[in-house]
Each structure stands twice: as structure tokens, then as C-alpha cells.
Design a protein around this ligand. Structure first.
Ligand code: DSN
Length: 424
């Protein structure tokens, strides 16, 4: 193909990365294998087109087909998420969050977000992120005993701090998010409520996690995690602005303006086409079956970790992920992650609540089931994968065991292949 001739170095590296993905088991809960149809939509000349603005309100000519594509993506997003309004243009989850802040807040306005070490995200107010620098954040965390979000504590902080916006959002939290209860708190102090459901979007669409609507004003997500679409962001919101009903702009108009021209220029229409494909895939019965299996596999994994004597933060999982506590082991999380890399088991190290160790080398490892479930692994194999991980952690210096694990991982990937006839 052309790429191989034009740029053999990049061609070769892409090929190697595809092989790595095929030959390893991805347990990073935020990663997945998008379908060949999704990938195919992304690798198209749609990437050439400038389309600043929105369907029928563009600043450039030649957008008749782009308008149809983006309209389809919007309508499908609204349908699968039961949303009044959708903006499919955010390039990423971080940009989606930045956009919501720009739409709803002024510089230094007060926001209540979740602490990074309790399972939050950088854009939920981390001091090293734009969110923590531009806005005045307070944080809620998890209860030190249950390691779950304590709504009474959230309410106490909210009443004292009086934020303009409360964020319900997680990237490493294995328990159900109670949007309805958050809304009660937001109502008491007249704050906006936003949910970032990037991790659980697929579960929400499948009806396997409580829905953020009608409780939240705005919902952000990425499209590539449990939703299994292209890399990108999405904002869903109500049309009316609950806290500013007589304002010049509706909530949906504020959001659209904050995306363009507020934070972005030309949208990535090749990615928007791929988002439309992913939303269509998410309407199929097979998607619900897939999401159910994600949960079954995650529960089996958590149960197997416990059987193997490993502590799971909060004691288990309700969703697709879990964080295991590796502090009782002498080996550091970075080393464990590196060793697992070598046998083709991909995980990411992660802080645990009240972690005493630094973020670069914390006390936890985060794992999830979305990608292995896409490959077709079920509970039995998910349990075996856990046993392989634990065996490696416990025998970190044993080369023989490490080689046996590597061989077994390869066998599993051969039994559950991915991208078999993938053309690129
Ligand atoms: N980096 C993502 C995750 O792994 O959860 C969040 O943006």
C-alpha cells in the first residue's frame, strides 16, 4: 500500500503496534478495540475538510455531505443517550470538560470536584491542570473505611463551599455513581451538576448503570472507552438553563458556543463520522450483550483477585474496572507494570485512596474488562488472566515462570484473536 512506500518507517511502526495489540491482553480499563468499521471511517479524506461552525451554519463552502454526517452523529448520540442536545465536536474528553467550564463558569468561579487520588481525573480540578489553575476547586473524596463516595460528606463540603458547579466524575472508581443524590445536593445550593461518564458511557447506554439524565445539566464523555468508538469527546446537555432560565442563551447554545468558537476551530469530521458509526453499533442488541459481559468479567476478575489474597479498593466492583492494592508487596507498581508489559498483559499503575506513595509510582494497579471482553473472553478466561497477573507479581524475579506466563498469554490471544482480516 501507499504508506509502506511513502514512509516505510511509520508504516513499520504502525504494523508493530497493531501486532502488539493483537498479541497482548489489554486490561487498561480506558482502552478498547474499535471495530474495523469505526477505524475505516477515521482513515478517510473527510480529514481534509474544514467545517467550522455547525450543520447549515458553516464558515466554509463544500460542507453539504459533512453536514449530513455531523447531523447523523448528533441525532444518534441524542438517541442512545436520551439527551435533549448533543455536541459531537470535542476532540477529547479533556476538551469536552474545558468547554463545559468555559460555558458555565467565569475565571476563579467555585467548583466542587473529586480528588484525583479518590478516582478523579486531571481535568476535574487537579492543581497541575488548567482546571485547577483557572477555577477555584474544592474536592470530595471517598470514605476512609468504605472507600466509596460519601454523599453526606459531599453535601457538607458543598454547603460550606457553595460551588457554582458540582462534578460527578471518575476514572478509577469501581462503584455506582448516584446522580440523583448528587442532584439533590446541587439543588440545595443552586449549583449546576455535570457528570463525566467517560469510563461508564457504554454501561449507561446499555442501561446497566443509572443514567445521568434527567439529574445532570451537562454530561461529558469520551467515545473510545466502554463505548468502543473512535478516540474523541462528546457533550450532551439539557436545552434549558435551569439556573439562568431567562438568560439570552439556552444551556445548549452556551455549550455550542463554548465548543466553537470558544475552545476549538475546525472539527475533526473523519472522527465525527466514526463517532456516528460507533453510536449506530451501540444501538444493536449485541452491544447490550457485550456490556453485560464486561460487568460479568469484571466481577469474576475482582472475585479471583480476592481469592488470590489481593485487596481491591472498596472491596469489589459494580462496573468495568477495579483498582488493586499492591502495597503489601515489596515490588513497586511501576516495576510490576513493566514486567506485565513484557509478558503482554497491559495494565496501568494508579493511586489508591489516601495513597502515601507518589503518583508516578503509586500503590495501586487499575484493571478492567472492556478490551478482553471485546476479544471474546468470558468469566473463566478472565479468572485465568487474573491468576497469571498474580503469579507474575508473586514471582517477579522468576524468569521461568515469567516465560510460562508469556507463552500462556500468547495462547489466549490466539484463541481469542482480534482484527483477524483487518485491512489498512
Ligand atoms: N487517561 C484516561 C484513563 O485512562 O482513564 C482518562 O482520561
Amino acid at each position: 500500500m501507499n504508506l509502506a512506500k511513502t514512509d516505510p518507517k511509520i508504516y513499520d511502526l504502525i504494523k508493530k503496534e497493531i501486532e502488539r495489540q493483537k498479541d497482548g491482553l489489554v486490561l487498561i480499563p480506558s482502552e478498547n478495540y474499535a471495530s474495523p468499521a469505526v477505524l475505516s471511517a477515521m482513515g478517510t479524506p473527510l480529514s481534509n475538510k474544514y467545517s467550522e461552525g455547525y450543520p447549515k451554519k458553516r464558515y466554509y463552502g463544500g460542507n453539504q455531505f459533512i453536514d449530513e454526517i455531523e447531523t447523523l452523529a448528533i441525532e444518534r448520540a441524542k438517541k442512545i443517550f436520551h439527551a435533549e442536545h448533543a455536541n459531537v465536536q470535542p476532540h477529547s474528553g479533556s476538551q469536552a470538560n474545558a468547554t463545559v467550564y468555559l460555558a458555565l463558569l467565569n475565571y476563579r468561579d467555585k467548583v466542587l470536584g473529586i480528588d484525583l487520588s479518590a478516582g478523579g481525573h486531571l481535568t476535574h480540578g487537579s492543581p497541575v491542570n488548567f482546571s485547577g489553575k483557572l477555577y477555584n476547586f474544592a474536592y470530595y473524596g471517598v470514605d476512609s473505611k468504605t472507600e466509596r463516595i460519601n454523599l453526606r460528606e459531599v453535601e457538607k463540603i458543598a454547603k460550606k463551599f457553595k460551588p457554582k458547579l458540582i462534578i460527578v466524575s471518575t476514572t478509577a472508581y469501581s462503584r455506582t455513581l448516584e446522580f440523583k443524590k448528587f442532584r439533590k445536593i446541587a439543588d440545595r445550593i443552586k449549583a449546576y451538576l455535570m457528570a463525566d461518564i467517560a469510563h461508564i458511557a457504554g454501561l449507561v447506554v446499555a442501561g446497566l448503570h443509572p443514567h445521568p439524565f434527567p439529574w445532570c445539566d451537562v454530561v461529558t464523555t469520551t467515545t473510545h472507552k466502554t463505548l468502543r468508538g473512535p478516540r474523541g469527546g462528546l457533550i450532551l446537555c439539557k436545552i434549558k438553563d435551569r439556573l439562568d432560565p431567562k438568560g439570552k442563551l439556552t444551556l445548549s447554545q452556551k455549550i455550542d458556543k463554548a465548543v466553537f468558537p470558544g475552545t476549538q476551530g475546525g472539527p475533526l469530521e473523519h472522527v465525527i463520522a466514526a463517532k456516528a458509526v460507533c453510536f449506530l453499533e451501540a444501538m444493536r442488541p449485541s452491544f447490550k450483550k457485550y456490556q453485560k459481559q464486561i460487568i460479568l468479567n469484571a466481577r469474576a476478575m475482582a472475585d479471583e483477585f480476592k481469592k488470590q489474597g489481593i485487596r481491591i479498593v472498596s472491596g469489589g466492583t459494580d462496573n468495568h474496572l477495579m483498582v488493586i492494592d499492591i502495597s503489601p508487596f515489596k515490588t513497586e507498581s511501576k516495576r510490576i507494570q513493566d514486567e506485565l508489559d513484557e509478558v503482554g498483559l497491559y495494565v496501568n499503575r494508579n493511586a489508591i485512596p489516601f495513597d502515601k506513595r507518589p503518583p508516578y509510582n503509586p500503590s495501586g494497579i487499575r484493571l478492567g474488562s472492556p478490551a478482553i471482553t471485546t476479544r471474546g473472553l468470558k468469566e473463566k478466561e478472565a479468572r485465568e488472566v487474573v491468576r497469571l497477573i498474580v503469579s507474575l507479581i508473586k514471582n517477579i524475579k522468576n524468569t521461568k515462570i515469567k516465560n510460562q506466563i508469556k507463552k500462556r498469554v500468547k495462547e489466549i490471544t490466539r484463541k481469542f484473536p482480534i482484527y483477524v482480516d483487518f485491512q489498512w
